[in-house]
Design a protein. Structure first.
Length: 382
């Protein structure tokens, strides 16, 4: 019997069968009447997920490509920018803005810490910035920042607010318009339940007016905006991925965003409760906001890479190692997108078996019960 495979990384994430079916449909021409209604539906539905009235720009690119579009459009050499970093993807904002010649003030936290709005406020009082670059869900650590308060601090100082919402959008609340977020970047392969290859950016009028002098062509916001408003992509889009995304957005919005947010909170509770029941220590915060990925410290004397390999080789289960200095010290279980509580119990049961095989002293049989009880205990607050 072929081995069954399970995907629990923070991205890519599992893709629903209906989306896979759409991907297998015959390829259509991107300027044909077959594609145009699909493109229009996707662009409309993206605004619903972003919680915005503005256009959401669609690029054939990874999330990092969408990142770079924000940097290429907003940064001019020598301009002051503030990057808030508490993990690998905050470091990516810093590296990109630096590469484009920005004068970067880097507010760097220890990985695993949660950025604080008062620190941002104080930094901006000491040094102005054209934009503040934030990470909503830092999947390298499991920390979800309070973007609403961080954005408020940035706006008080007159700075634009740019948010990496690649792993948060569609999983936890991200209110683009209500929170005053000028630029929100995301991608297809996380909570949007579509394979990698599509990047997205929403940009406020203030952000569009503040475009800088850096050279750009494919990622030029104005070029993409003008074309999308005619329902005519400026370059050949990934038509099959767009068709799959159309189905994924239908599934997401049919469930209802509030119900989706509730489910992710409960999945996070279940994963953390099962982790504690095994006697393991959480690295990510034990709070409802951390509903995207659960980061877990490897037991003393065990390399987290060995846990990752044991799950992959023995059970066909893929989870993630730590990144950077956390490699070998933590492992991460993603629960973004197309997940239910039984996915969580499967992952936890496999972790129990793998750790026992590696010689760890874990509480056997407790994780699944604790996870189910935590999931069923009460509805997540809305």
């Amino acid at each position: 019997m072929p081995e069954k495979r399970y995907l629990y990384t923070p991205g890519p994430t599992p893709v629903p069968p209906r989306v896979l079916e759409a991907l297998a449909e015959p390829v259509v021409h991107h300027r044909s009447p077959d594609f145009r209604p699909v493109y229009e539906r996707v662009l409309t539905r993206l605004r619903e997920v972003w919680r915005t009235t503005r256009d959401v720009l669609l690029f054939g690119a990874s999330g990092t490509g969408a990142f770079e579009s924000a940097v290429a459009n907003l940064v001019s050499p020598g301009e002051p920018h503030l990057v808030v970093s508490a993990g690998n993807f905050g470091e990516r904002w810093a590296a990109m803005t630096t590469a484009y010649g920005a004068d970067v003030d880097h507010l760097r936290y220890t990985w695993g810490e949660t950025p604080d709005a008062e620190d941002v406020r104080a930094r901006l009082e000491a040094r102005e910035a054209k934009a503040v670059w934030l990470v909503h869900s830092e999947t390298s650590t499991g920390v979800v920042a309070d973007v609403r308060s961080l954005a408020a601090a940035a706006r008080e100082a007159g700075a634009l607010v740019v948010v990496d919402a690649i792993s948060s959008l569609g999983a936890i609340p991200c209110e683009t318009d209500a929170w005053g977020l000028d630029v929100v970047v995301s991608a297809s392969q996380k909570a949007l339940m579509t394979p990698p290859g599509l990047g997205f950016v929403s940009a406020s009028e203030a952000a569009l007016d503040a475009r800088g002098s850096s050279p750009r062509f494919y990622f030029d916001w104005e070029r993409t905006l003008v074309a999308q408003r005619r329902l005519d992509a400026p370059f050949t889009p990934a038509v099959s991925l767009v068709a799959g995304l159309d189905v994924a957005l239908d599934l997401l919005l049919a469930e209802g965003l509030e119900a989706v947010f509730d489910r992710h909170v409960r999945l996070g509770r279940a994963c953390r409760a099962g982790t504690r029941a095994m006697g393991l220590e959480l690295f990510s915060p034990d709070e409802d906001r951390s509903a995207v990925v659960t980061a877990i410290r490897a037991p003393e004397g065990i390399d987290s890479g060995d846990v990752v390999r044991a799950l992959r080789d023995r059970f066909g289960i893929t989870i993630a190692n730590g990144q950077g200095d956390l490699r070998g010290r933590i492992f991460r279980i993603g629960h973004i997108g197309w997940f239910d509580v039984f996915d969580i119990t499967t992952a936890l049961a496999a972790v129990e078996l793998a750790l026992a095989h590696l010689g760890a002293d874990v509480e056997r049989g407790a994780a699944v019960t604790a996870a189910v009880e935590a999931f069923e205990a009460e509805a997540a607050p809305r």
